[in-house]
Design a protein around this ligand. Structure first.
Ligand code: BTN
Length: 450
């Protein structure tokens, strides 16, 4: 049976909350990840809010032209899933719950038009639908300059006339003036929001990580996959990344939440021939790498809580789980597992961690490009592994500079014991030095609870 021809579809994007251009870019990135081939993007327009209660911030609007291999209903479902991923809470339905007024929205996506290309009228045969869930062309397209204007930017004049009627361009120009639609700039840079071996590795050659890369859709824990791979002979520097972890593991037997499409869950196999006092710096180095990547990729300043929690204003952005696989790490391997909350709106965290957790989306006001963040993190980790090889004191220095623990009164659970005092420094092995008032204590492991 011949395959159905791919549809040509036009999606209207809008955002009037947070880093609006980042939400437009993220929409293209996630639609591409969902299987839409993004052919072109219109310029971006800035628009006075239409059909929503005032006062609201102005929208950024644009239109994407995509090739979609399935039915328009499926594309609409994917678009709605992208909206929801980024925190747009859809009004309650027919279950009797109150429907909130349309509020400012991080991302709004409308399916404007679909056509079967190359058939019938110029530009293809326009599809028409009259269903409760989908009307095509979009019923309010002709009245909304914020959608009509960028759509017309993408359509050849003959196609526009065939699909939208003669005079569409003049009508759009008049509506644009009436509705306060004005040019804003080109569509922002974006790349598909998927982890692949190609998208994960930075252009520069890395020395320590990225020798082999496995990208998984879903797995229980990337640390477990890396452990099995290490046992089966994975090379030093092998990297495992998963879109989703179903049983992600945190320190001290806790879980780690990694929902699909929103986070980075990454594990690296290392085989370091270091003395033990250098190996204990490794978790601290991983924390420094995350903090540097967050600063570079999202301009977010992080602090490090000993030994390796990455915090933003006291809330946890990322965690590190280092597992040494045998008495001789150079042979058996060490797994460095790093979990970073990238594009999770706060309400998508499990209730038990919501108050203590944060994400780069929340801290920077919009989605970050996940593959770009991962590249940045691997490059920073690589540089720090180089430091661990050649000048480990630089790693301790980098950790001190980012520490939010040093100089504070702390309470540390260390086995059955609780140590209280002032955290004064870390030593060359990364151990925390605590002044208890009755002398100094050196702690190589433990959990700061207060
Ligand atoms: C912590 O408790 O702070 C450590 C969290 C570590 C989570 C990461 S996500 C990638 C890797 N796979 C896991 O199961 N855990 C680590």
């Amino acid at each position: 049976m011949a395959a159905e021809p791919a549809l040509l579809a036009y999606l209207g994007l809008g955002s009037n909350l947070g880093r609006r251009e980042a939400y437009l870019a993220a929409a293209a990135a996630r639609l591409a990840a969902a299987g839409a081939r993004v052919l072109r993007a219109s310029p971006v327009y800035e628009t006075r809010p239409q059909d929503v209660p005032a006062p609201q911030p102005d929208f950024l609007n644009a239109v994407l032209e995509v090739e979609w291999p399935g039915a328009p209903e499926e594309l609409l479902q994917r678009a709605l899933a992208v909206e929801e991923l980024y925190g747009r809470v859809r009004p309650a339905g027919a279950d009797g719950a109150a429907r909130p007024e349309p509020a400012p929205r991080t991302l709004d996506i409308d399916l404007l038009l679909c056509a079967v290309p190359g058939d019938g009228a110029a530009g293809g045969q326009l599809l028409r639908r009259e269903e409760p869930a989908l009307t095509l062309p979009h019923p309010r397209l002709g009245a909304r300059a914020f959608a009509l204007q960028p759509l017309l930017d993408l359509l050849p004049a003959e196609t526009a006339a065939a699909w939208l009627g003669a005079g569409a361009a003049a009508r759009a120009a008049q509506l644009a003036a009436e509705q306060g639609v004005r040019p804003w700039g080109p569509f922002p840079q974006w790349e598909p929001d998927v982890y692949t071996p190609e998208s994960l590795l930075p252009p520069q050659r890395l020395r320590h990580v990225g020798t082999a890369v496995r990208c998984l859709e879903t797995t229980a824990s990337t640390n477990d996959v890396a452990r099995e791979w290490a046992a089966a002979g994975a090379p030093a520097g092998a990297v495992v990344v998963a879109e989703e972890q179903t049983r992600g593991r945190g320190r001290r037997g806790r879980g780690w939440h990694t929902p699909p499409g929103a986070a980075l869950a990454l594990s690296v196999v290392l085989r370091p021939a270091w003395p033990p006092e250098r190996l204990t710096l490794l978790p601290l180095a991983a924390g420094v790498a995350v903090a540097r990547a967050a600063a570079r990729a999202a301009a977010v300043r992080c602090g490090l809580k000993w030994p390796n929690d990455v915090l933003v204003q006291g809330r946890k952005l990322a965690g590190v789980l280092v597992e040494v696989l045998g008495p001789d790490p150079a042979a058996a391997g060490v797994i460095v597992g790093i979990g970073v909350n990238l594009n999770l709106p706060r309400h998508r965290f499990p209730p038990d961690v919501r108050a203590r957790a944060t994400s780069l989306l929340h801290e920077s006001g919009g989605p970050v490009a996940r593959p770009a963040f991962a590249r940045s993190l691997l490059a920073e980790l690589d540089a720090l592994l180089d430091d661990l090889d050649r000048r480990p004191e630089a790693v301790a220095g980098a950790w001190r500079a980012l520490s939010v623990t040093l100089g504070r009164e702390v309470e540390i659970v260390h086995g059955a014991e609780t140590v209280r005092g002032r955290a004064v420094d870390i030593d060359a092995a990364g151990a925390l030095i605590v002044d208890t008032g009755a002398g100094g204590r050196r702690l190589l492991a433990g959990e700061i609870t207060g």
